[in-house]
Ligand binder design. Structure first.
Ligand code: ZN
Ligand code: ZN
Length: 342
């Protein structure tokens, strides 16, 4: 694939000819007519409606709880999960600009730009959590856990390798694979970590961190929506790319990714965290995997799992519009309307 030119005077102006990739756009941000309204809407939702500031969430209570109330297992899980989330958001900040270089619809480039801003904000949120909750030596260790922890290192490599392959060899096939890597990262890889934090929060523990995670989770769901739309549109516009081999690869990749996420969830919690156990993690991740596959037109891999075993999470993660939100009210002034359902 060829990178998009900054300005292409020979490009088509007709909105009907616009394509997500491999189109012939002038690359002027002509927004008088947009073809992909969902992308333009998501640009605004990510950029303005959902804007938030990590520093506006006070963290003092968490510092006390981390020192005095968390069990050694809870502390270990808290640190490992943060370390993994830090890697995932780092990849996103760096990879989204790569995707953007190949897009040929201005509204898509704008949406990706908003997403990239949010991923950088998440990286900042993790730093703010660490500097507020743990001492600087510990914070430094958490950033570096992947050097010591082989399981984490293996985890960190999976999506990074798909991304690196596309950067080194930007073929159409590697593009599709990287897009699915992105979709899995956003829609599956965050979730055993999020489930752990919400389990703590449900017991009144580490509520400040949980509040940061809820804002991050809300953003990640808009990213899932963006890439779900991208995949579904690619399937229409470039159906030739979805060869039987690629479709087979998607299933294999999902099966692999789901098992790795379950393994990871079990590894970080060690079946020692009140409110979450190996079986719940297994069912929850398989449930999400089924949902994510079906949302992009594929069959679920685990038909035996039909229910979300941790339904309370959906309720718990939602950020309310009103002051009745039981965490805190202040950052919500940025939320102009109720959380959209993705
Ligand atoms: Zn993120
Ligand atoms: Zn994201």
């Amino acid at each position: 694939m060829r990178r998009t030119l900054i300005f292409n005077p020979e490009g088509d102006r007709e909105v009907g000819k616009r394509k997500i990739v491999l189109g012939n756009s002038t690359n002027i941000m002509e927004l008088n007519n947009v073809k992909y309204q969902w992308a333009f809407d998501l640009y605004k939702t990510m950029g303005f409606t959902n804007f938030w500031i990590p520093e506006e969430i006070p963290m003092q209570e968490d510092r006390k709880q981390y020192e005095k109330e968390l069990s050694p297992y809870e502390k270990r899980a808290y640190e490992l999960v943060l370390s993994f989330l830090i890697a995932l958001d780092s990849y996103q900040v760096n990879m989204l600009k790569e995707f953007a270089r190949y897009l040929s619809a201005p509204e898509l480039v704008m949406a990706i730009t908003s997403q990239e801003f949010q991923e950088a904000l998440h990286s900042y949120s993790y730093q703010f959590i660490l500097e507020s909750v743990v001492d600087p030596v510990k914070a430094d260790e958490i950033y570096n856990y992947w050097r010591e922890d082989q399981v984490l290192m293996e985890r960190n490599k999976v999506i990074a390798e798909l991304y690196n392959e596309f950067i080194q060899k930007p073929t159409e096939e590697n593009f599709i694979k990287a897009v699915f890597g992105n979709y899995v990262l956003e829609s599956l890889y965050f979730y055993s970590g999020f489930a752990f934090f919400y389990t703590l929060g449900r017991q009144g523990k580490m509520l400040n961190t949980v509040q940061q995670i809820r804002y991050i989770n809300r953003d990640e769901l808009t990213h899932v929506s963006l890439f779900r739309n991208i995949i579904n549109t690619l399937r229409e516009e470039l159906s030739d790319l979805f060869t039987p081999e690629i479709n087979r690869w998607v299933y294999e990749f999902f099966r692999f990714a789901t098992s790795k996420e379950i393994e990871w969830g079990k590894y970080v919690t060690k079946n020692q965290i009140l409110g979450i156990n190996d079986l719940l993690i297994d069912r929850y991740i398989k449930y999400l995997s089924n949902l994510r596959l079906s949302q992009v037109g594929f069959e679920p891999l685990y038909p035996e799992v039909t229910e979300n075993p941790m339904k309370w999470i959906d309720q718990f993660r939602t950020i309310n519009d009103t002051k009745t939100d039981f965490f805190q009210a202040k950052p919500q002034t940025y939320v102009k309307r109720s959380e959209l359902k993705w």
